[in-house]
Design a protein. Structure first.
Length: 166
């Protein structure tokens, strides 16, 4: 399960799904980001609130393992991911967290997600952090191929985390 606004999280998620044979579920925020929408989204993020999703599917019962992948916005998970966690039945689910940010480490985001997931009854088996698009327009952006390769590399870390919990 992932949310992606600019595409880096989506590319990493696709690489991970390809390498693991996992099912991809993309969350879509119903709010537009232009004309002040991004300001609303960032304020919502800072307050730790959710958003309204387009055609949400909160079903996780058929899955033994769930990967929650979010971009990092101002040190927080995206509101779409917060909404998913608040509505999915996660009790007893094993969950792996991936935070995709403009920096290589995002401990605050990981800690917030762990707290939310555990409050919903999930067992967090591990986490990883990935470097996505950097918000600075002067920065060199990783290519889609590099991001997908990052997802493929992430697959082994995810496998090991889930296997260690068996």
């Amino acid at each position: 399960m992932f949310y992606s606004r600019e595409g880096s999280t989506a590319q990493i998620a696709q690489g991970l799904a390809q390498a693991t044979g996992g099912t991809l579920r993309q969350l879509v925020d119903s709010h537009r980001m232009e004309n002040g929408g991004m300001f609303r989204a960032l304020l919502t993020t800072l307050l730790g609130l959710g958003t309204t999703l387009v055609d949400p599917d909160y079903t996780v019962e058929p899955f033994e393992a769930v990967v929650v992948m979010t971009p990092v916005w101002i040190g927080n998970p995206a509101p779409a991911v917060t909404t998913f966690i608040s509505n999915a039945i996660l009790k007893g689910k094993r969950v792996f967290i991936v935070a995709v940010g403009g920096t290589a480490t995002n401990p605050r985001t990981i800690a917030k997600l762990e707290k939310r997931l555990r409050a919903r009854g999930a067992s967090v088996v591990g986490h990883s952090e990935a470097l996505g698009y950097i918000p600075d327009p002067k920065a060199v952006r990783p290519s889609d191929e590099e991001l997908a390769a990052e997802g493929v590399q992430l697959a082994e870390t995810v496998r090991q985390a889930f296997e260690s919990q068996l």
